[in-house]
Design a protein around this ligand. Structure first.
Ligand SMILES: Cc1cc2nc3c(=O)[nH]c(=O)nc-3n(C[C@H](O)[C@H](O)[C@H](O)COP(=O)(O)O)c2cc1C
Length: 174
């Protein structure tokens, strides 16, 4: 069984914490964690099943406020990747209390960078159980990945991740 690559950034905070929760749910040896900082397209090419983990950091919106996150750099390698046959799921950290109008916007930002590639995007998520006003991370009524709010709802993370992975196992054909 081929390994799942969990590409995450930034390091050391909630994004990395959730990467490790996902790793523990899949079980030892099933996934490989890759910090996107200093990674390039060669790292991506090794995996057919990918999980991208990111946070939303932007007071008004992701695009205008930040150009230099680990992901901003890593996505510049995307056009060198052969996405055919790859499945990509995303999770996004956010804060629905401080940023209710931009909750997990980064999921939408990342979707825009993947939707015209040959990658198949999986792991979309119902908005049920989430409180927010607006999100660029929603398309056709669904979150484009798993939203996680470690700032206000860390008690829900475990169940959210577990339910998501149970669906992902099917979608990945794992
Ligand atoms: C300056 C700043 C801006 C933020 N902007 C948003 C935002 O627009 N939308 C959102 O959902 N969360 C926002 N957040 C919350 C972060 O996404 C959240 O705290 C996340 O867990 C951080 O992940 P990290 O610890 O891995 O860096 C912001 C946080 C900071 C510090």
């Amino acid at each position: 069984m081929s390994k799942i690559g969990i590409f995450y950034g930034p390091e050391l905070g909630s994004v990395e914490k959730v990467a490790r929760v996902i790793e523990s749910k899949f079980g030892a040896g099933k996934v490989e964690l890759v910090a996107v900082k200093n990674a390039n397209e060669a790292a991506l090419q090794q995996f057919d099943k990918l999980i991208f983990g990111m946070s939303t950091i932007g007071k008004t919106n992701w695009d205008s406020e930040h150009k230099d996150t680990d992901w901003d750099v890593f996505v510049t390698h995307f056009d060198k990747v052969n996405w055919g046959g790859k499945k990509v799921a995303m999770y996004g950290l956010g804060d629905h209390v401080q940023y209710p109008q931009h909750f997990v916007d980064a999921l939408g930002w990342m979707y825009e960078r993947l939707e015209n590639t040959a990658a198949e995007l999986v792991g979309f998520c119902s908005t049920d159980g989430y409180t927010y006003e607006e999100s660029e991370g929603i398309k056709d009524g669904q979150f484009l990945g798993l939203p996680v709010d470690e700032d206000n709802e860390s008690d829900k993370t475990d169940v959210r991740v577990e339910n998501w992975i149970n669906r992902l196992i099917n979608e990945f054909g794992y």
